[in-house]
Design a protein around this ligand. Structure first.
Ligand code: HEM
Length: 302
């Protein structure tokens, strides 16, 4: 509990403002003690930065902006309650996301995903492009490593057993190895994808790149209509989402090792690149997952 004298002493000291905090002023009736939550707030306050006048000004502004009840103007027993302005702001500027629209409109979906993951096309995109000189000489090794990994398990290798092209042949899963014609054929596709990833320059929600990634995602679900032109007359490809998820996780780990191992980059740049890549994997994960998983609101009767 706080007494009146403490409050008077506190009054000037409490006048403080940080960018993420807003000052709120409220009149305290003479005998009323400060509630526990307010005491907690007091304890988190540091030295004075603002004048009493500017605190009232700030309080007025906050009151109008957030439609709080009128605030007292007297200095007397006014106490300061600090609210987290960031929280207030985020409530005030809550964005409307149209669940139906983002299911059917890819740029709208990307705008939402990018906003949620705090993906900045201007900053994160170029960080991924910066990986090009690092990844380019390692491309063959990365692609080999991916297929070696997929061939460690019969359940993932099985996808590569059927003929992979019109003139190819199907094969027993146990006969598959990294140099088998079926795998060689596949490696070119994966290489093409990685080159496209680090060569892309438009990372905004409306970019054709996301459209391509989205079609790649759909192509793995057995769809005859993924939108990838060269797949039109091919037999459908079906990969369980489970394995997509695993491979994304594995690739993320492998790329992290590569980036961390580049001596020419300082730690901050490495962290920035890895954070951008991390967001990217989650964006791509959605462009796979959305073709496997229906939004429950779409299938659940309301
Ligand atoms: C990180 C996750 C994955 C990515 C980024 C990825 C990417 C790709 C890409 C870019 C293509 C070429 C699409 C085209 O242009 O036709 C492709 C095709 C293919 N993917 Fe994936 N893939 C992933 C996971 C998997 C997994 C886990 C498997 C199997 C276990 C798999 C099996 C295949 C097969 C068999 C094709 C060939 C389709 C064809 O014959 O045209 N993918 N994938």
């Amino acid at each position: 509990m706080c007494c009146k004298r403490d409050l008077a002493a506190l009054r000037v000291k409490l006048i403080h403002r940080k960018p993420s905090w807003a000052v709120f002023v409220r009149r305290l009736p003479q005998r009323q003690s400060v509630s526990e939550s307010e005491q907690v707030i007091y304890k988190s306050v540091h030295p004075p930065q603002l004048t009493v006048r500017s605190v009232f000004f700030e309080a007025d502004y906050i009151q109008k902006k957030y439609d709080f009840p009128a605030l007292p103007k007297k200095k007397g027993f006014a106490i300061l309650v600090l609210y987290n302005k960031t929280r207030l702001d985020s409530t005030a500027t809550m964005q409307h996301i149209d669940g139906a629209l983002i299911t059917h409109d890819l740029p709208a979906r990307m705008a939402y995903l990018q906003s949620f993951l705090q993906w900045d096309p201007e900053k994160d995109g170029p960080l991924i492009e910066a990986c090009k000189p690092v990844l380019a000489p390692l491309l063959n090794g990365i692609v080999d490593a991916v297929y070696e990994h997929l061939l460690k398990y019969d359940i993932t290798a099985a996808t590569f057993a059927p003929a992979q092209s019109a003139d190819g042949a199907s094969v027993d899963v146990r006969e598959l190895n990294i140099d088998h014609a079926n795998i060689k054929f596949r490696k070119d596709f994966l290489k093409g994808y990685l080159v496209r990833l680090v060569s892309n320059h438009d990372w905004t929600p409306g970019s054709k790149f996301w459209d391509y990634i989205d079609k790649v995602g759909k192509a793995h679900t057995g769809s005859m209509d993924s939108g990838l032109k060269h797949r039109k007359n091919k037999p459908p490809l079906f990969v369980e989402y489970r394995d997509i998820n695993l491979l994304l996780g594995w690739v993320e780990n492998a790329v992290t090792d590569i980036v961390m191992g580049v001596e020419a980059l300082d730690v901050k740049t490495k962290v920035d690149i890895l954070k951008a890549l991390n967001k990217y994997w989650w964006l791509q994960n959605d462009l796979f997952a959305r073709h496997y998983v229906n939004d429950l609101s779409e299938v659940t009767p309301s």
